[in-house]
Design a protein around this ligand. Structure first.
Ligand SMILES: Nc1ncnc2c1ncn2[C@@H]1O[C@H](COP(=O)(O)OP(=O)(O)O)[C@@H](O)[C@H]1O
Ligand SMILES: [Mg+2]
Length: 253
């Protein structure tokens, strides 16, 4: 593995994982992305900030990958002000640490303060299924993010829609691409609906590791390499151009 970690990365990156909708796979994606990146860059350069009171990311990662830094800063109505400021501070400080990546798992629900915080990231991963029940609020969330960007006249964060829980064999994402056509978003590689992922919180981490869940391993590995190339490697900066028409990137596999 060590030989894979020699690539020098440019600036530090903060990656938010967010959506108004709960249950779309934010925490799962945060965890799996951190694990996948730990195969590619030094684990001590990765920090996961768990802002969800449910502590999903904190609990899982502290057992599975103790070498990855995890900060638990719950953003709930009671702690919102303090912890949003702390996350903000962390991200600002992180900007001065080249090659560092902060992955921020956020809770469901809409709060303008949270959206403003998410707006300070380099990119936002927005997991959603293909069902209308998820796509509809996802579109609203994208609109809120667009407003934050417009208000500050920024081209960041890049918005990456991550199709999640995709039925096996589904190759056609045109319905999703069509719906998102008028938004300045990129569509990332799909993650399939996998029983091993659905159940991974239930069992012991060691069991999950040992199981032959090759489909899950391959999907998240693929996702990690997409993030390495397009986010850490800054390829997205080239695709995106705020003056141009939105150029949706249809699932990159
Ligand atoms: N690719 C996937 N395949 C199958 N189940 C998934 C997948 N991604 C997430 N899940 C399951 O969906 C549920 C919600 O995921 P979670 O990551 O907790 O969502 P959120 O953080 O958005 O609320 C969990 O039971 C999780 O195991
Ligand atoms: Mg969660």
């Amino acid at each position: 593995m060590a030989s894979n970690k020699t690539k020098s990365l440019t600036g530090a990156k903060s990656i938010f994982v967010a959506n108004v909708k709960g249950g779309v796979g934010k925490s799962t994606l945060s965890i799996m992305l951190a694990r996948s990146l730990a195969d590619r860059i030094p684990a001590q350069n990765i920090t996961v900030i768990d802002t969800d009171l449910q502590r999903t990311a904190t609990e899982f990662l502290s057992k599975s990958n103790p070498e990855i830094n995890v900060e638990f800063l719950p953003i709930t109505p009671a702690f919102e002000n303090t912890n949003i400021s702390l996350v903000q501070q962390f991200i600002k400080q992180n900007e001065f640490r080249p090659g560092h990546v902060a992955i921020v798992d956020t809770p469901a629900g809409s709060s303008q303060r949270l959206w403003n915080l998410v707006g300070e990231g380099y990119c936002v991963l927005i997991p959603t299924t293909l069902s209308n029940a998820d796509l509809y609020p996802t579109e609203n969330f994208i609109r809120s993010m667009d407003k934050v960007k417009a208000r500050y006249g920024k081209s960041y964060p890049h918005l990456i829609v991550c199709p999640n829980k995709i039925p096996f064999g589904q190759k056609d994402f045109s319905i999703m691409a069509e719906r998102l056509r008028n938004h300045d978003v990129v569509i990332g590689p799909p993650l399939r609906d996998l029983a091993s992922v659905r159940h991974f919180y239930n069992g012991k981490v060691e069991n999950w590791e040992n199981k032959t869940n090759t489909n899950a391993q391959s999907d998240f590995k693929h996702f990690g390499s997409f993030i390495e190339k397009f986010v850490l490697g800054e390829q997205l900066d080239k695709i995106y151009s705020k003056d141009d028409k939105p150029k949706n990137v249809i699932p990159i596999r």
